[in-house]
Design a protein around this ligand. Sequence first.
Ligand code: ZN
Length: 151
Amino acid sequence: MSDLGELYQELIVDHSRRPRNFKAIQDATAKAEGFNPLCGDRVTVYLKMDGDVIREVSFEGSGCAISTASASLLTETLKGKTLAEAETIFDGFHKLVTGVAKGIGPEETKLGKLAVFKGVCDYPTRVKCATLVWHTLRSALKGDRQPASTE
Ligand code: ZN
């Protein structure tokens, strides 16, 4: 279990137990649902855009600690960011959790708190838990009507 200790870092545990921005946005400008059949994680992402800027972002749903913490940290990270900035962060996050960025310091520092998910790359089945909310966010931004799925 000592290896899992690194995966379930304090910040991840904290955000999974007390998720931030865990609510619906009534006047959301975009929303999407996502599902990770591998683990059973479900998430709904709400967005309130102001032109190109993410004014508000929130989520609801139920899932494992990793998926909930990832969604919570996404909402904290993306509030006030532009779409282009969000894409760059997603790209870096995806590289981090899939192990592409392994051993590359700067990738992590640019991600801020999201860098706590670097342990996920050692647990391939957990990668989808961590990225579900990001795929769902993309669906919301694209206006997809079909629920996002990690499969
Ligand atoms: Zn999960």
